[in-house]
Design a protein around this ligand. Structure first.
Ligand code: 5GP
Length: 206
């Protein structure tokens, strides 16, 4: 995938319970021009989720075929299921010169940073371990075993926070504040001199 010199590639990670999905929705409202990539997954849809909106829900065999064909930019297995970013989805958004948001976990974030060193990585974290646990239980959609496995994975993921460019803390009730902060990060990243080449060079090459 070729990155446009206009928009930024922004990776947002955060363990389940960090409120990442809600923050990304709020960010999209604040910045309607950003493109949020819809990933493919082999996990079953949760209640209220829709194919093509929350994820593309596909089978294990289909996912493995896409890996083989090089159709995913990055992928991982998470709690027994595949998750991955579709190259065509990302290319569609970057091709339009828009900011591209990938809402993915740490393993995928590492793969993206390796392929695209200019990618900006943001980790969203809950304010404390006990708040994270309350949030995971409060969702009420998963078994105790799944909750425990998500909690273990969450702590592992937060352990990777130092590899990220930015860490944003999502306090209870802090969705709007997080979205505004991430918007400022994107604006600042898009103001880097390298991103302003199309304007600066007009003055130099006159
Ligand atoms: P959930 O099952 O809660 O929707 O997602 C589980 C985890 O998978 C979350 O941390 C989410 O960010 C991550 N995830 C979703 N899509 C992708 C993807 O395309 N690639 C990777 N690496 N992780 C993803």
């Amino acid at each position: 995938m070729k990155m446009s010199n206009k928009g930024s590639l922004i990776v947002i990670s955060g363990p389940s319970g960090s409120g990442k999905g809600t923050v990304v929705k709020a960010l999209k409202e604040l910045m309607p021009s950003i493109g949020v990539s819809v990933s493919a997954t082999t996990r079953a849809p949760r209640e209220g989720e829709m194919d093509g909106i929350d994820y593309y829900y596909i089978s294990h065999a289909e996912f493995e075929k896409m890996i083989e064909n090089g159709e995913v930019l990055e992928y991982t297995t998470y709690c027994g299921n595949y998750y991955g970013t579709l190259a065509r989805e990302a290319e569609r958004i970057t091709g339009e010169g828009r900011d591209l948001i990938l809402e993915i976990e740490v393993d995928g974030a590492g793969q993206i940073k390796k392929k695209f060193p200019d990618a900006v990585t943001v980790m969203l974290i809950p304010p404390s371990l006990s708040i994270l646990e309350t949030r995971l239980r409060g969702r009420g959609t998963e078994s105790e075993e799944v909750i425990k496995s998500r909690l273990d994975r969450a702590c592992q993921e937060i352990g990777c926070a130092y590899d990220y460019d930015y860490v944003v803390v999502n306090e209870d009730g802090g969705v709007e504040a997080c979205a505004r902060l991430i918007k400022r990060i994107i604006k600042a990243e898009n103001s880097r001199s390298a991103k302003m080449k199309h304007i600066i060079d007009n003055f130099i090459d006159r």
